[in-house]
Write a protein that binds this ligand. Structure first.
Ligand code: AHG
Ligand code: MN
Ligand code: MN
Length: 315
C-alpha cells in the first residue's frame, strides 16, 4: 500500500490524541469529538436521504430539505446529552434552544447542512460548527473558543481549530478521524477566487476587485457550497472567497453565526483573514440570530486588496 493518510505503517494520530497532545481543555476535547462523531451519522443520513423538500421553511424563508431538519435533529440530540452544551443555535431553528441544565460551559452554533441546494447534484456539502464559551450575542473574537467544519465529499474530512492552529482529519475505513494535515498555514497570496452573488447586482468597487483578480489570472473556483469552496482555499493555502453586498440584500447572503464566524475563526488560525469589506468578521458584534454580512475571506493579500477596491470606490 503506497504512502498515504491511512498508511498504518506510521504512528496514527487520531482526533482525540491530537487534541490531547495540543493541550485542548478536556470538556472542549470531548465536545469536539462528539460533534465529529455526529458527522458520521449526518453522512449516513445524506446517503439514505430522499433529497426531497420537507415542506417547511427556516427563519430565512428558505425551503428546508428533510435532510436539513434531520441533520439538525441529529446534532441537537447528540449535543443535548453531551453534558457540555448550555445552548444550541442553528440555522434550522427559529430561536436559541436551551439544551443543558444552565450550568454547562459551552454554547454551540450550527449550520447542520451547508449547501442544501447541491444535495441533488451530488456535489460536496458540509456541516459548520462554532463553539463559544459565553453568550453568542457578542463579538466572535471575545466569545469563540473553537470551530470546525466537516466536508462530505469523496472523502469525509474534518478541519478544526481550538485556537492552536487549524488541522485536517480524514475519516478512514475504520471510522477513525486520522490526522492528514497539521497546522495548515496559508500563503500571503493565492491563485483562486470564489465569487458568490450576481455580478450585475454588486457594487462598482466589488466588480473592479473581481476584474483585478481576473487581470491577474486568478482561476475561478465556485461550487455554491460554502464549505467546499472555503475548504479548497484553505487546502490550496490561498485565494479568496466572497459573497458581497448585493442590491436586494445589502448584508449579503451568508449568516454571521452559522457560517461566517466559524470559518473566519479557522481561516485566521491558518494565517488568513476575513472581513465584511471594512472590519474583521470576528470583531463584529452579533445582535440578531439571523444576522448576515458581506464577506471577503482567504489569504491576506487578496482580502486587503478587496478592502482597497471597496474603500476607493466608496470615496
Ligand atoms: P445553506 O445550504 O446552508 O443554506 O448555505 C448555502 C449558502 C452557502 O453554502 C453558499 O456559499 C451560498 O449559499 C451559495 O449561494 P448562491 O446559490 O446564491 O451562489
Ligand atoms: Mn450554509
Ligand atoms: Mn444550511
Amino acid at each position: 500500500m503506497g504512502e498515504g493518510i491511512c498508511d498504518y505503517t506510521r504512528f496514527i494520530v487520531d482526533l482525540r490524541r491530537h487534541m490531547w497532545l495540543d493541550g485542548v481543555e478536556t470538556e472542549l476535547r470531548r465536545l469536539i469529538w462528539q460533534i465529529a462523531v455526529t458527522g458520521k451519522y449526518i453522512s449516513a443520513k445524506i446517503h439514505e436521504s430522499n433529497r426531497k423538500l420537507a415542506g417547511f421553511q427556516n427563519l430565512y424563508g428558505e425551503e428546508q430539505l428533510s435532510l436539513d431538519r434531520s441533520s439538525d435533529e441529529i446534532l441537537k440530540n447528540q449535543l443535548q446529552y453531551s453534558g457540555f452544551v448550555r445552548e444550541y443555535a442553528s440555522e434550522e431553528q427559529d430561536q436559541v434552544v436551551e439544551i443543558g441544565k444552565g450550568t454547562e460551559q459551552y454554547f454551540v452554533t450550527a449550520d447542520p447542512l451547508d449547501g442544501s441546494s447541491l444535495v441533488d447534484t451530488n456535489l460536496a456539502i458540509g456541516t459548520i460548527i462554532g463553539i463559544h464559551k459565553e453568550s453568542i450575542f457578542a463579538r466572535g473574537r471575545d466569545s469563540m473558543v473553537a470551530a470546525l467544519y466537516i466536508t462530505y465529499g469523496p472523502l469525509i474530512t474534518m478541519v478544526y481549530s481550538a485556537g492552536k492552529g487549524a488541522h485536517e482529519f480524514v475519516l478512514n475505513r475504520e471510522g477513525e478521524y486520522v490526522l492528514s494535515q497539521e497546522n495548515i498555514t496559508m500563503k500571503e497570496k493565492g491563485s483562486i477566487y470564489s465569487p458568490g452573488g450576481i455580478r450585475k447586482d454588486c457594487s462598482l468597487g466589488h466588480c473592479r476587485f473581481l476584474e483585478y483578480l481576473e487581470s491577474e489570472r486568478y482561476k475561478l473556483r465556485y461550487s455554491g457550497g460554502f464549505v467546499p469552496d472555503i475548504n479548497q482555499i484553505l487546502i490550496k493555502r490561498g485565494g479568496v472567497f466572497t459573497y458581497p453586498a448585493v442590491q436586494k440584500s445589502p448584508n449579503g447572503k451568508l449568516r454571521m453565526l452559522f457560517e461566517l464566524q466559524p470559518m473566519a475563526f479557522i481561516v485566521e488560525q491558518a494565517g488568513g483573514c476575513a472581513t465584511n469589506g471594512r472590519d474583521d468578521i470576528l470583531s463584529l458584534k452579533i445582535d440578531e440570530l439571523d444576522q448576515r454580512s458581506p464577506v471577503y475571506i482567504g489569504s491576506r493579500f487578496e482580502v486587503e486588496k478587496a478592502k482597497e477596491f471597496l474603500s476607493n470606490s466608496a470615496a
